[in-house]
Design a protein around this ligand. Structure first.
Ligand code: DAH
Length: 345
């Protein structure tokens, strides 16, 4: 019996050392140490032994069981460690491989122009104002000196929602809203970028929705020369240091006098080319001195205060600056177009 136990121990430990995975190891545990295993079997025969032999045999059986158990445990630890190593090895990342390029988005060209213009005016002490896109007829027209039957309303075909509300046709209503908030007290210095809407048929130069930037300055002793100086700085910043501007008389109901502002052609420098249509000048915005009626309607004393205002189409500026020939490119979001404006900062 003693020998049989020793044999079992050697045999079991041999198998343990050869087992290749946790399942095999568990099978060995069950077959040697389980209730139906050979050790239990041997112990069952203890009844036949003499009283002296029994305790010795019992002790030996326990020894054999312990030896097998600890052999299994040790092997189990090994196998588990090996499994972890194998998993780690399989998951290793090769940091020397070249990375996959990450495609980054970039600002839309119109956003870029707007931010550039905002920065410029903020630098001159302006703040950025906003107003609603669904606007009251009052702010869009009446408060800007365009009463209900005024013929100049025809210049801006409008999307009406009700008799009294429409999609704003210009950012100029923000002038009236801002002045109202100032309660008759200057100075006011704002620019207002935003979407505007007109009942136009879309083509290369027209869009039923586009962006404008409005500017308004109200204070004591604000003069036409202030307007000219401001717009000169603006034109040089946006189109190049050598640019000059000129003012041509024009008409807007909310300014008096009104002017249209041209910048000297940045392509030919004034000699005449296809961009400036051989004139050497390119029209970039409308402006003028705020009409006394407009000041008064929004609560400013027109004897004490004066002001200037201007308004420009952002798409037009962007088309000139970037040489874009069709306004619809800005709204179709074709990445081939947008990628032209990728900046690598
Ligand atoms: N709102 C005008 C337009 O859409 C542009 C404009 C002209 C705005 C003169 C002004 C201005 O503030 O003074 O055609």
């Amino acid at each position: 019996m003693q020998e049989r136990l020793k044999e079992l121990q050697t045999e079991a430990l041999e198998k343990v050392s050869q087992s290749a995975n946790l399942k095999e190891l568990n099978d060995i545990r069950v077959s040697y140490l389980g209730k139906k295993g050979p050790i239990t079997e041997v112990l069952k025969g203890m009844g036949k032994l003499s009283a002296e032999e029994r305790p010795m045999m019992g002790a030996l059986a326990n020894e054999v069981r312990d030896a097998i158990t600890s052999g299994i445990e040790e092997k189990q630890k090994h196998l588990e460690e090996a499994a972890v190593h194998e998993k780690l090895a399989a998951e290793t990342i090769d940091v020397t491989l070249p990375g996959r390029p990450v495609k980054t988005g970039n600002h839309h060209p119109l956003t870029r122009i707007i931010e550039e213009i905002e920065d410029l005016f903020i630098g001159m002490g302006y703040t950025v104002a906003e107003g609603p896109e669904v606007e009251k007829d009052y702010y869009n027209f009446e408060a800007l000196n365009l009463p209900k039957d005024h013929p100049a309303r025809d210049m801006q075909d409008s999307f009406y929602i009700t008799e009294e509300t429409l999609l704003r046709t210009q950012t100029s209503p923000v002038q009236a809203r801002t002045m109202e908030k100032h309660d008759g007290k200057g100075p006011v210095k704002i620019i207002c970028p935003g979407k505007v809407f007109r009942r136009d048929n879309d083509d290369a130069t027209h869009s039923h929705q586009f962006m404008q930037i409005e500017g308004l300055v109200v204070g004591e002793n604000i003069r036409m020369t202030d307007l000219k100086g401001t717009l000169e700085v603006f034109a040089k910043k946006l189109f190049g240091e050598d640019r000059e501007i000129r003012m041509r008389p024009s008409f807007f109901p909310f300014t008096e006098p009104s002017v249209e502002v041209d910048v000297s052609c940045f392509k030919c420098g004034g000699k005449g080319c296809n961009i400036c249509k051989k004139t050497g000048w390119i029209e970039i915005l409308g402006s003028g001195m705020v009409h006394p009626n407009v000041l008064e309607m929004s609560g400013f004393d027109s004897k004490k205060y004066s002001g200037f205002a201007f308004g420009m189409g952002v798409e037009r500026i962007a088309m000139l600056k970037y040489g874009v020939e069709d306004i619809r490119h800005f709204y179709t979001n074709d990445v081939r177009f947008l990628n032209n404006f990728q900046v690598h900062e």
